[in-house]
Design a protein around this ligand. Sequence first.
Ligand code: PGA
Length: 247
Amino acid sequence: MKFIICENPAELGEIVSELILDQIRYNPSSKLCIPTGSTPIPAYQHLVQKVKALDFDISHVHFYNLDEYLGLPRDHEQSYQTFLSQQVLDPLEIKASHRHLLRSDNPNPQEECIRNNKEIDEIKCFDLFMDGIGENGHIAFNEPATYFEARTHIADISESTRIANARFFSSLDEVPKQAISVGFEDIMKSKMIILVATGAKKAPVIKKLISETNITCDFPISFLRMHNNVTIVLDKLACGSCLDQLT
Ligand code: PGA
């Protein structure tokens, strides 16, 4: 795992947007699986600014989301489709055929998982999989568990993640209890993985990632130790007591 340490979230946004642009320069038809959450927002803002300023052609890039709440209308303000549309896809004017989004309102979520797996099968793998880091080490909605579903699946959202995400809703009761999530088989097949984390709340999970060496379903991010192209971009607060070790 390679670490990049930034001064603050703004610098992280700058660096991560460059990593995304590098991937698109390398392969203009890149298949990007990208996250929601608060951490990637500065990266998306920089990405949109740079694409516009450079008149950068991203019309061949395909975008996928890595997870989606279950049971929300697709246009709900907290659906991940709404988030990605507002932050990335609409500002970049990505055409509908290049938006591969999970459907939160499919009355048959199992069918939605199968549909998503077929979409992934068509491309074989993501060129870039990017994600934030859950305080409990989750990756997408692969929460700490006794075993993992390998591919896209219906996931129970852990209580700690629901509490962490309640800040986006008016009450904890409104936070969905289930989601659809890509699974570790497809995450591990991705050619490149970028993880981002900012703020002191993420320092304990980063410390655990650095100080422990075991690979366990109890700590999902630990699986990425087996991937050969993972870049973790952190701000100084997320490094916490590991800052000296990482710089
Ligand atoms: P955050 O979410 O970027 O809002 O901290 C990360 C995550 O829970 O995966």
